[in-house]
Design a binder for this molecule. Structure first.
Ligand code: MEV
Length: 329
């Protein structure tokens, strides 16, 4: 029996970083997905094959010591080992990971991996898992990827898909959160991967905490303004008011920049996108590189794409508000 699960990457339309500190975020699932295939392997081990990071093996020996070709697979292997034990899976299996979500880009490749592994392994174990259960199981592993802190927003977005409002109500592992599904619409965005490698742990685990330590009043003040922008975006999203959304995106970007979270290459792409007619443009995710996206009118998509591509960044055209986790046999 082979099980296939697929989960989307996502964009922070509003609220990254501030979301880690209890302010609201709005995320949209995107059409770029991670697929996990699980099949029995007649071994006494789990073998993981990742198209991005090679192979890892978890033997069923008492110490279950993980052997991973690349360090990046270790946390994934730890997650797989945890889920295998949680669901009492006793047969060996191969787990293949194939992803269209660029790694270390701000499109939440790690979350899409965790969600699809959880979906595939729960079905492999014959358990029916409610979507609401994904958050608490994945959160500790997500926080580790983000340098010890996380909002968990991407877990909600990857699991449920569409457009999500997420707010952390109480810190903890897992934290208590409030979520709402926002009725989605077809918006046109151009995403650009700056190709500047940007591990989220650098900004979430190191830069922002260091700023807070020195001037918490300023940082929390900026987070409060980001929260206002995110709240204002809800009626704009529901009412398909793309002009208002664009302005709010630009405001959010300025606020992130004031915390030193942008990058010259992100600024370069944002400037080009706006001059080519985009209504708004901002980074998404951890910042310091990774991706940005531009909101456009349909008629301006190709000019904005061309303008961004002129910077050397890789443009990605994809659906936003895509469906969440899917599992099939
Ligand atoms: C990273 O993709 C988004 C951040 O807001 C961290 C988080 O929400 O956990 C920077």
């Amino acid at each position: 029996m082979a099980i296939k699960a697929s989960a989307p990457g996502n964009l922070f339309l509003f609220g990254e970083h501030a979301a880690v500190y209890g302010r609201p975020a709005i995320c949209a699932a995107v059409g770029k997905r991670t697929e996990v295939l699980v099949s029995e392997n007649n071994k006494v081990s789990v073998v993981i094959f990742s198209d991005a990071f090679g192979k890892a093996e978890i033997p069923f020996a008492p110490d279950e010591k993980i052997r991973a070709e690349k360090k990046e697979l270790e946390n994934v292997a730890l997650f797989v080992r945890h889920i295998r034990k949680k669901f009492g899976i006793t047969k060996g299996f191969d787990l293949k990971i194939a992803s269209e979500v660029p790694v270390n880009s701000g499109m939440s490749s790690s979350t899409a991996v965790f969600c699809s592994i959880l979906g595939a392994l729960s079905a492999f174990a014959g358990k029916s898992l409610d979507k609401k259960e994904y958050f608490d199981i994945i959160f500790p592993y997500q926080a580790k990827v983000h340098g010890g802190k996380a909002s968990g927003s991407e877990i909600v977005s990857s699991t449920f898909g569409g457009f999500s409002y997420i707010k952390k109500l109480k810190d903890g592992i897992p934290p208590k959160i409030e979520t709402k599904n926002i009725e989605g619409h077809k918006f046109y965005v151009v995403i650009a991967n700056t190709k500047v490698d940007a591990p989220t742990s650098l900004t979430v685990g190191y830069h922002v905490p260091s700023l807070i330590k020195r001037d918490s009043k300023f940082v929390y003040g900026v987070f409060d303004k980001i929260a206002e922008v995110a709240e204002e975006a809800i009626p704009a999203l529901k009412g398909k008011n793309v002009e208002a959304l664009g302005e709010l995106m630009n405001e959010n970007q300025k606020l992130l920049s004031s915390l030193g979270l942008s990058h010259p290459k992100l600024d370069d792409c944002i400037k080009e996108a706006l001059s080519a007619g985009a209504l708004g443009a901002k980074l998404s995710g951890g910042g310091w590189g990774g991706i940005m996206f531009a909101l456009c009118r349909e008629k301006d998509v190709s000019a904005v794409k061309k303008a961004i591509a002129s910077t050397g960044a890789e443009t990605i055209e994809t659906e936003i508000g895509a469906c969440g986790i899917t599992v099939s046999e």
